[in-house]
Design a binder for this molecule. Structure first.
Ligand code: 5IU
Length: 473
């Protein structure tokens, strides 16, 4: 590609204020001496045409791919022009997944394993492209290349390379400012300021997508900010079990006897303290003794869902005083972040943990894609108390320091009479990314619970080993 064309485009972008220099603050609050707003090019058809022709020559005409996909929103019109010029079908990613109907995040017709070329305007960290790639991947599409207008040279290219995506860009920040300097559009001072800025300001490093599900538990300990998560990873790695027993029995002796038998095979016991008929304080003393003896944690599945103030009372007061003996508790995000704020205050230390409910296993539950995403982002502000999420799918979150707790598991797929949907160990661990697997009646209702606990433990561990060996599909 001749330099003339590049120079022509650079000058045109400058003349329409798509490229500006001065003191700017980005959306995320970072100061920058160079600002790009390529959205304005939709008002200049000749510049749109020039841009897309140049991207076509650079990255489209000699590339092999089945679809083009623009990163929403600025790149969409350019992707459309390229799709027409290349006569290749386009895909569109929804930024907000529909919360009704098909719940599809990618629009357009495609087959599994089809390849996709990404079109984007500017990259800084590369995170927008990675979000699009993640959604494409979840639909079975493969992405290895991205064609972009400008690389801000702040680490995006490297972040994308780590995720197997090669970037071809029309401009880098340096080539762009050199052209503008040559044509006396910007002063030497601006050139120096921008170059210094580039040397000093790198975008955050983004780890590999899906890393969580292929990292072994022991390697995830260092990523965990909540102490209970660290303990749980440690227990799983040393005891070689990711089985959590849901001890939904109504007599204390039943629960304690069961734990005597299966304690060595589990990493955690999940209780529903309010279903016990003969609750007495010494029950929790004995429960704690068993937990210490067999090295497992206690999760009270209380599913808090009230306003923060009430929840802090429910957590620390009343008959059960859950906060005194449970290592962690389950919590709904429904009431808003006040519930986490209150628990953060009540827990008062990071030796306690919260599993936040992001999805449920029961038929017809009302949790939507948006609810799930907002639950995950709510948790990020309370990293010291969040142990993980109760969820059903691996794309719910990426952070390898958090734990995916998945209920609704039996050795054979089935349902109960009240809408519980069971999946197999293979499905939840290998395909859906479960880290800790909750089994209740699969063990408690068995003729020989101990034998059955071992069967679950072995099956679940085998699946985990298969998953971390990278044989995902
Ligand atoms: N539980 C679920 N599904 C969920 C959530 C919690 O089954 O989505 I959140 C609880 C309910 C029960 C246990 O205590 O997990 C599963 O027991 P069974 O394996 O017996 O179905």
């Amino acid at each position: 590609m001749g330099l003339d064309k590049l120079e022509d485009l650079a000058l045109k972008l400058f003349s329409i204020d798509a490229v500006k220099f001065g003191d700017f603050t980005t959306k995320t609050g970072i100061k920058t001496p160079a600002y790009f707003d390529l959205r304005v090019i939709v008002s200049y058809p000749d510049i749109m045409e020039l841009t897309s022709n140049m991207l076509y020559d650079l990255a489209v005409k000699d590339s092999q791919f089945d679809h083009l996909c623009g990163v929403p929103y600025t790149a969409l019109p350019i992707a459309t022009l390229l799709s027409i010029q290349a006569k290749k079908p386009m895909l569109m990613r929804r930024k907000e997944t529909k919360s009704y109907g098909t719940k599809k995040s990618i629009e357009g017709h495609f087959k599994k394993d089809d390849t996709c070329l990404i079109i984007e305007d500017v990259i800084t960290s590369g995170s927008s492209i990675l979000e699009t790639v993640k959604d494409l991947k979840n639909e079975g599409l493969v992405t290895t290349e991205a064609a972009i207008i400008l690389d801000r040279e702040q680490g995006g290219r490297e972040n994308l390379a780590k995720n197997g995506i090669h970037v071809k860009s029309l401009f880098t920040m340096r080539t762009l400012i050199e052209i503008l300097k040559k044509h006396k559009k910007i002063t030497d001072e601006i050139v120096v300021t921008v170059k210094n800025y580039l040397n000093e300001t790198k975008a955050p490093v983004i780890e590999k997508l899906m890393e969580r599900v292929i990292l072994p538990y022991e390697k995830r300990i260092d990523f965990a900010t909540n102490l209970v998560a660290r303990q749980l990873f440690n227990i799983m790695a040393t005891k070689k079990t990711n089985l959590c027993l849901s001890a939904d029995l109504t007599m204390t002796t039943g629960i304690l006897d069961l734990l005597e038998k299966v304690g060595e095979h589990i990493c955690m016991v999940k209780t529903h303290i309010d279903i016990i008929d003969d609750f007495r304080d010494d029950f929790v003393v004995r429960l704690k003794q068993l937990a210490d003896r067999f090295n497992f944690l206690i999760l009270e599945d209380r599913k808090y869902a009230d306003i923060g103030h009430t929840v802090s009372l429910q957590y620390s007061k009343g008959l059960y005083k859950i906060g005194e003996w449970a290592d962690c508790v389950t919590v709904h995000s429904l009431p808003g972040e006040g519930i986490l704020k209150a628990l953060n205050g009540s827990m008062n230390c990071i030796t306690k943990g919260v599993f936040l409910l992001a999805e449920m296993s029961s038929e017809g539950n009302l949790i939507t894609q948006q609810y799930k995403q907002e639950t995950v982002s709510m948790a990020s502000k309370y990293a010291n108390i969040i142990t993980g999420f109760v969820c059903q799918n691996k794309d719910t979150f990426q952070n390898p320091g958090l734990i995916q707790l998945t209920p609704g598991v039996q050795l054979e797929c089935s349902k109960d009479d009240f809408g519980q949907i069971y999946k197999t160990p293979e499905k939840v661990v290998v395909e859906n990314g479960a880290d800790v697997i909750v089994v209740g009646r699969g063990i408690t209702a068995a003729k020989n619970p101990e034998v059955q606990a071992v069967a679950y433990k072995d099956a679940l561990w085998k699946c985990y080993i298969k998953r971390i060996s990278g044989k995902l599909e």
